[in-house]
Design a protein around this ligand. Structure first.
Ligand SMILES: [Zn+2]
Length: 136
């Protein structure tokens, strides 16, 4: 199947390294990942797998830091694909406690941090491609 540009729908894509960035809690996380640039409209894009690998690697970086704040926790939870309700339910945590931590960007303690760390670690270790994340 021919891969078309998601912007202009032309088949003018060339392989190119693309920079992905995300800003969380005042820090910018970025990485160069393999992607495409459109010779017709100039838009660049990356595939689902590279985007997933980037998000998972950012989550791993957030969880490796000594302190995990509520917004970073939310990023990790969403990257893993869990709603607040499901995370609370599966780990016997009151959903209101998670909401409070996320909305106040408060420090997330070990009891709530533990399960997402294990899940992200497991998924990260299975990645065939691990983007090199830089933090600024
Ligand atoms: Zn295009």
């Amino acid at each position: 199947m021919i891969k078309l540009c998601s912007g202009c729908r032309q088949a003018d894509l060339k392989r190119k390294m693309v920079t992905l960035t995300t800003t969380l809690v005042g820090k910018t996380y970025s990485a160069r990942v393999p992607g495409f640039i459109c010779d017709n409209c100039g838009a660049d894009e990356v595939g689902d797998y590279e985007l997933y690998a980037f998000e998972l690697s950012v989550a791993k970086k957030l969880l490796d830091a000594p302190e995990l704040l509520g917004q970073a926790f939310r990023y990790c939870r969403r990257t893993y694909g869990l709603s607040r309700h499901n995370y609370a339910h599966h780990n016997s945590i009151p959903p209101e406690e998670i909401r409070r931590l996320e909305e106040n960007n408060a420090t997330v303690g070990g009891r709530i941090r533990g399960p997402i760390m294990r899940s992200i670690d497991e998924a990260y270790n299975k990645l065939g491609y691990k983007p090199d994340i830089s933090v600024a």
